[in-house]
Design a protein around this ligand. Structure first.
Ligand code: 13P
Length: 292
């Protein structure tokens, strides 16, 4: 299939109460692992790059590789730019072939967040079938260039969520509800489930209109993940888990094969490990078999 945007696949997920995995990758091995695992599980897929890997590999190169991989699999694949706080770079990636763009102006005040998010929406909607994700409230932790200290994190005001969506025309909405990027300090982080429920009721209660995104997937317990999905989270972001899997696997492989100089074997080990993690998430999120 050609690359698709995120909105249609997530509207279906919202209706049927499952979530699509949105996996951050930094290189080709991860990318192939993600596509292969999703293809085997017949799951729709969102592949994400943060801004630094996107700039390092260059947006046009990434889009060309993704397009080739997407066209060789029967599952729908969306290519998403994650947490970009620069309107110009959002537009550059849209021009290059990304099919979903996240403008993260959540650290700005409400009016400025609306202004920047709307600017990206207007641009993406004018040039093609590109959907846009915006965020209200701030997610704690570090995701590439976006760093939010715990005492800076603010939860999304449900009463303002609808205004934000209506004013910006955003296609997908990430409300801050207490999840955080990176590794949680406790097994049971304090999440505001009722806030998510309220936001889902306000926005998608009568009819699904703007799918909701859960950031900070790594480290959440399976029952918590399922609860967030049942309350209306339909795009589920996972990044740190895959970084750990890549680095730990490569490190362990090299440490136990110190006399071997065959990089391809490290790639095989890393790819298998990442595929295992992706399969775990796809099954937990309930999106296996939802590709058609
Ligand atoms: P984690 O790194 O905590 O999995 O969060 C991923 C994320 O939300 C990317 O936007």
């Amino acid at each position: 299939m050609p690359l698709v945007n995120a909105k249609e696949m997530l509207l279906r997920a919202t209706k049927e109460r499952y979530a699509v995995g949105a996996f951050n990758v930094t290189n080709l091995i991860q990318l192939e692992a993600v596509v292969e695992a999703a293809t085997e599980r017949k799951a729709p897929l969102i592949i994400q790059t943060s801004v630094t890997p996107s700039k390092f590999l260059r947006p046009k190169v990434i889009a060309a590789i993704y397009r080739t991989l997407a066209e060789s699999t029967p599952i729908p694949v969306c290519l998403h730019l994650d947490h970009c706080n620069d309107v110009e770079y959002c537009n550059t990636c849209a021009d290059a072939g990304y099919t979903n763009i996240m403008i993260d102006a959540s650290k700005q005040d409400f009016k400025e967040n609306i202004r920047q998010t709307k600017k990206v929406c207007d641009y993406c909607h004018a040039i093609g079938d590109i959907s846009v994700e915006g965020e209200l409230g701030t997610v704690a932790g570090v995701e590439d260039q976006v760093k939010v200290a715990e005492d800076e994190a603010a939860l999304c005001d449900p009463e303002r969520a609808l205004e934000f969506i209506t004013e910006t025309g955003v296609d997908i909405f990430a409300p801050a509800i207490g999840t955080a990027h990176g590794v949680y300090k406790t097994k049971n982080p304090k999440l505001d489930f009722s806030r998510l429920q309220r936001i889902a009721e306000i926005i998608n209660g009568k009819q699904p209109r703007t799918p909701l995104v859960i950031h900070g997937g790594t480290g959440l317990q399976p029952d918590v993940v399922k609860r967030l999905v049942s309350l209306g989270g339909s795009k589920f972001n996972v990044s740190t888990d895959l970084k750990h899997s890549l680095i730990d696997t490569a490190y362990e492989y090299i440490a136990s094969h110190r006399d071997e100089y065959n990089p391809g074997k490290i790639d095989v080990a890393v790819k298998e490990a990442i595929k295992g993690r992706i399969t775990y998430w796809i099954d937990l999120l309930g999106c296996a078999g939802k590709a058609s």
